[in-house]
Design a binder for this molecule. Structure first.
Ligand code: ZN
Length: 454
């Protein structure tokens, strides 16, 4: 049995991980591969370490070698979707031909980059394979991955706690943590560290996106250059020979360049430029996708060339009517035991909200800054650090700001469970009232560890 966060071994039947100090919950966001599933009969998938709009990076365990690895999945957000509750397969958001073509091009590029980084030694690529309708690249887990995009929920990256291989340091960590009571482990100092890490990670993500987009431009440019070396070689000679007739010009390749740069260069050659805009997931907004006349071709001054310019792909996403993942930022309880505040349900850690008495008719209200689209919640019932001894909820009512409500029964399990509403609700608050509860063997207070809307 392995911790979903760091993929190190933990005790059978326990959710507490002594290596990274977190509760080992699977991330059940349906667009991620199901944590705990196996890929290619070899890689046990853990929680995602980050995603950048083009790929998702998971921590995983290579079951053959029995070692932790990183598995990167090609998953272009704008083009594909997945509900891992049903299947790990990705499906295109549209069957339109240009969607498929963009996806295939992106896939090729993803693999090319992986092979290249293996060749030039920038990544220890161990495996490449195709499954689930997309492609995967497996690399060794390195410290560099700290600069990878955000860990979900601003959680610490799984390697923050020292490395496998550094056995001495590692076992020190373990005993250190094991010596403290699990409940009190992460206090305010830890929280501050978390916030700092989260901000660094967000900044890193933004930089990654910028580099990625400008890199896209350069990538295209390089590709174009390698596809026309023969024509370039022959036409440079010709250009010299025909320099006397100055009405003749040789078209240049501007694919992947910024529109303003391309326009300036073509105007300098004496050509006229017209533009046509289209949506494209591979080429950043305002960069050239293709041109009506290929580089190396002969033209006359005053000729017009058409440039096809990318409008980006964000519009494609919005026309799909997909809503951003809902975020609720505060929680207030009708009552709480001291040290077991309602806000504890916002974090996927060992701390829970505990009601006074048995909690019947107690309620907790989660609030958002604006309307959110909610399909259900991931629900951590009870006190996850001491499940049997504390009370759990068995029936709850959800009430939303649109005036609707629904009742749900909650399973008596310590694993994170999915409570699906069966519809999408637009709401800025969720009031959850405990209709029935079950007392624990030592405390009658009903507890909830985690509530996260999806
Ligand atoms: Zn762990």
């Amino acid at each position: 049995m392995f911790c979903y966060h760091c993929m190190r071994k933990i005790n059978e039947g326990s959710t507490y991980c002594p290596h990274c100090g977190r509760q080992s919950f699977p991330d059940r966001d349906p667009h991620y591969l199901a944590a705990g599933s196996t890929l290619n009969d070899r890689y046990l998938i853990g929680n995602p370490m980050g995603e950048d709009g083009f790929s998702i990076n998971y921590i995983a365990r290579d079951l053959n070698i029995d070692e932790r690895v990183a598995v990167k999945e090609f998953y272009p957000m704008g083009l594909v979707t997945r509900d891992s509750a049903i299947s790990g397969r990705v499906s295109l958001k549209s069957e339109q031909e240009d969607f498929r073509a963009s996806f295939e091009r992106g896939k090729d590029k993803f693999l090319q980059e992986a092979r290249l980084s293996r060749q030039n030694g920038t990544a220890d690529v161990r495996d490449i394979f195709s499954v689930n309708g997309t492609v995967y690249v497996v690399t060794s887990l390195t410290r560099d991955m700290r600069t990878a995009p955000a860990a979900p929920d601003g959680a610490p990256l799984p390697y923050e706690d020292g490395f496998e291989g550094g056995a001495g340091q590692n076992s020190n960590n373990v005993t250190d943590i094991a010596g403290k009571p699990p409940q009190k482990k992460k206090v305010s100092g830890g929280m501050i560290a978390l916030i700092v890490i989260a901000s660094i990670v967000v900044a890193g993500l933004i930089i990654t996106m910028i580099v990625l987009f400008s890199g896209k431009g350069k990538g295209k440019n390089d590709q174009a250059a390698t596809t026309v070396p023969t024509t370039v070689a022959s036409t440079t000679v010709e250009t010299k020979a025909t320099q006397a007739e100055d009405t003749s010009v040789t078209m240049i390749d501007v694919k992947g360049k910024k529109l303003s740069d391309a326009q300036a260069q073509l105007l300098a050659l004496g050509l006229k430029v017209e533009t046509s805009r289209e949506q494209n997931a591979d080429v950043a907004k305002d960069y050239i996708i293709r041109q009506s006349v290929e580089g190396g071709q002969k033209l006359q001054k005053g000729d017009t060339v058409m440039l096809y310019v990318s409008d980006g792909y964000e519009e494609v996403v919005t026309t799909q009517e997909t809503h951003a993942a809902p975020v609720f930022t505060s929680a207030q309880g009708s009552s709480a035991l001291s040290g077991y505040d309602a806000e504890n349900v916002l974090n996927n850690d060992a701390k829970c909200w505990a009601t006074e008495k048995d909690g019947k008719d107690a309620f907790i209200t989660l609030r958002a800054n604006s309307d959110q689209w909610v399909k259900g919640v991931y629900f951590g019932n009870g006190n996850i650090g001491d499940f049997q001894n504390w009370g759990r909820v068995t029936n709850v009512r959800f009430e939303f700001s649109d005036g609707t409500s629904l009742e749900k029964s909650i399973s008596d399990i310590s694993d994170l469970q999915t409570i699906d509403f069966g519809r999408e609700v637009k709401t800025n608050s969720m009031k959850i009232t405990i209709l029935d509860s079950k007392t624990g063997s030592e405390h009658e207070s009903a507890c909830i560890t985690y509530i996260k809307a999806y």
